[in-house]
Design a protein around this ligand. Structure first.
Ligand code: GLA
Length: 389
């Protein structure tokens, strides 16, 4: 669907739901993380791109402090006074929306009630950050309609990303790190973004695969995935426990991996630490590989990342492993799961001319294993949140 028709759908649904016109339409993208998985909550490095798929918010302020929220996916209108927003209230998808003004207000910004209708082109439940896209388009709208000016530069966008993360952690109750929200707000078209969660910096890195005859294939496995379940939280907890034993503030501070592994008795903790520390190093290597335009190296790093997530961090699933194996056999330079794991999506770095053949090979492998047919599509590095109408 083109950007205009998606924005138009949000506007048409707004007129039908609330009557009258929205003040405008704001959009924010989903993301794929190229490499640097489960590192954000360890003060580590990540390297995402923004997707061309976005979530759109047709938006208008209200004077009475009420939030009225609807989605083109149905479910009617959710109404809650901004003053009543609290952990768990409202429940469900609207918590991700209502949490944003709640967090901005707590951060000292003057924001108020609104009517909003959202329309999403980001597949939901695919591990492509549909929730961050939802938060991001609302944050962008609030910044503009209240003239906060936070979209103007990266420092402002970082503030919006932090508010979105607080909304997700505290109101929606998903204990995620900051990768998804930073990607949605801070990414630049044609670039990957080197995010450093030690100092919250973001450095754009040129990422133009087409110029090298390459493409990034996304495979949405359509295997069920949920971040609010206990697995994600338990990985975080293991990292915190290991950091405490090692006497460091975060696993980012582990400089001697062998010594750290020796200091840990528990084999599971050892493997979790080995993933995080080697994954952070792989992000640094990927930056060098991209600078040197050595895409075979980038592919090797994708492969090593997946294997580490599979065997050491244990967050893959049969659908993700089958995707990655089939893509590699079909000639991908490298392939890996992306996002939180336990389902969701994988990415493959492929020659542009072979993208369809690799996608076909994955579909055949899924049929062979009796899995549901996956969705496959090629993506470019796209722009962060912005007003679109
Ligand atoms: C999910 C979380 C992110 C990040 C990734 C794993 O997408 O929302 O914060 O932890 O998993 O890299």
């Amino acid at each position: 669907m083109t950007e205009n028709s998606s924005a138009d759908r949000a506007v048409a649904a707004f007129r039908e739901t609330f009557g009258g016109e929205p003040a405008g339409v704001w959009a924010a993208p989903g993301r794929v993380n190229l490499i640097g998985e489960h590192t954000d909550y360890n003060a580590g490095l990540c390297l995402p791109i923004a997707l061309p798929q976005r979530t759109y918010a047709a938006f208008r302020t209200r004077e009475d402090g009420l939030l009225r929220m609807a989605s083109t996916m149905g479910g009617g209108v959710v109404e809650v006074p901004l003053d009543d927003v609290a952990p768990g209230t409202p429940a469900g998808w609207s918590g991700y929306v209502a949490g944003v003004p709640w967090a901005l207000r707590r951060a000292g910004f003057v924001v108020g009630g609104f009517d909003v209708v959202v329309h999403s082109d980001v597949p939901v439940g695919a591990g492509l950050s549909s929730s961050a896209a939802l938060e991001g388009c609302v944050a962008a709208a609030l910044s503009d309609v209240h003239e906060l000016g936070l979209l103007a530069d990266d420092a402002g966008r970082a503030i919006l990303a932090d508010a979105c993360r607080a909304a997700e952690n505290e109101i929606a109750g998903a204990p995620t790190g900051g990768l998804d929200q930073a990607s949605s707000l801070r990414c630049k078209a044609g670039h990957a973004l080197l995010l450093d969660f030690q100092d919250n910096s973001a450095v754009p890195v040129p990422f133009d695969l087409a110029a090298h005859g390459l493409a990034l294939l996304v495979v949405d496995t359509r295997a069920p995935h949920a971040l609010v379940d206990g697995q994600y939280a338990s990985r975080r907890q293991a990292c915190e426990e290991a950091a405490a034993i090692l006497g460091v503030a975060s696993l980012r501070e582990v400089t001697d991996l062998d010594a750290a592994l020796e200091a840990l008795d528990d084999d599971v903790l050892r493997r979790r630490v080995r993933h995080v520390v080697t994954e952070i190093a792989r992000v640094s290597e990927a930056i060098t590989a991209l600078k040197e335009e050595d895409f075979a190296w980038v592919g090797d790093l994708f492969n090593a990342s997946h294997d580490s997530l599979r065997w050491d961090y244990e967050v893959t699933c049969p659908e993700l492993d089958v995707t990655v194996e089939a893509a590699r056999v079909a000639g991908a330079l490298g392939a890996r799961m992306t996002g939180g794991g336990f389902g969701g999506s994988a990415i493959a770095l492929v020659r542009a001319s072979e993208a369809e053949a690799v996608a076909d090979a994955v579909r055949k492998a899924f049929a062979h294993h009796g899995f549901r047919e996956p969705e496959t599509f090629v993506v470019d590095a796209s722009e962060g949140a912005a007003r679109v109408d």
